[in-house]
Design a binder for this molecule. Sequence first.
Ligand code: SF4
Length: 400
Amino acid sequence: MTSEVYFGSIQQGRDAEFASLGAKLGKLLEHLDFSTIEKNDKVAIKMHLGFSDGYQTVPVFFVRRIVKAVKETGGWPFVTDNPTSIYNAVDRGYTQETCGCPLIPVAGVKDGYTKPVKVDFNKVKELDMGGVLHDADVLIDLTHAKGHANCGYGGAIKNIALGGYSGPSRWNKIHGIENVYPWWDAKKASPEHAQKLVESCPYSALRYDKEKHQLNIARFQCHYGNCTECIKADKDVGALNLQPEQFEAFQEFMAIAAQKVLDTFDDNKRFFINVALQITAHCDCVGLPQPVIVPEIGILASRDIVAVEQATLDLIKEKGLIESEIPPYFKHIKLDSGVDFSHPFARLWGPYKNPYLVTKHAEKLGMGQREYTLVEVLSPKKTMKMKPPKHVFERAPSFY
Ligand code: SF4
């Protein structure tokens, strides 16, 4: 048995409301089946509301519809995210009035209301899950699908894996996991060589701490595999040891962190919706408007987090990158390194940030399955045969 992933495409068979993405979202919610939400359940709609000027997130139009559908079950929805994104969400159009429900920080206003969860991954024993998310009865993981500098792709798993925890767990423990691997041999390199390595990096990913004689790497800026400039500069010294598993550790830990969040909800009270529109190279957290680098796709929904991620990644792969929109700061994007790029996002961010790794680890943890059946709702083929109602233009105000 494969998992079902319901899909509403941006493409429409008619220029009519019944063929549009709004109508398709309604169908997707019918398939998702909110009947397992019980009266008075507290329903956390976990989103990333963006940051600063980064407005390319899930349109509030869809949030309102989902909130309305939850209210019809007798549940009490609220939108949740990190405190800063909640606090300035109004700048990007999200308020209680526009969303239709309160916006509550995932770990309280000081990011300190947390619940410890046990993990055991590369010396990390505990993470602090957002207490507000932990308190909820139902999870709706409502995600904007986009690229990500650390792992190629940010989707449903990342939305709860990183977004489900307080700042210190998110940044120091989960993001910090890549740095637990030794990759720099200080004994082999002179300070001059370290400086040469820093200068070799076209992405400014390397920094040298002269006092400690320590080379540091910002892996989100590193495109290893696409770019190998520092490796070339290090050829006769061999002080660097960049390995795929150092990059993969982040994806494995994301899967673990997401699983811990899922474990706090009943199986039948977890819903996943990926909005694959306005797909940008960077995550929403960079707080910048960015070029859209993949053609518009639509919305995917499932009760299986692994299946919805796999299907979203496959559709992105099918569409491919819009070459003309790739920002010029991806300097090595056209370099033929002989590496098999498994996905457009791996091509963009480097092959060791293969976005499928997270679904592989999530499946291994039993969070769902990568095999899925895509069920398209109101497909263009179907809606082009449907008879549109007479279109009504608003010739005068209709709200009296
Ligand atoms: S592989 Fe390229 S991007 Fe990464 S640190 Fe080395 S030079 Fe910089």
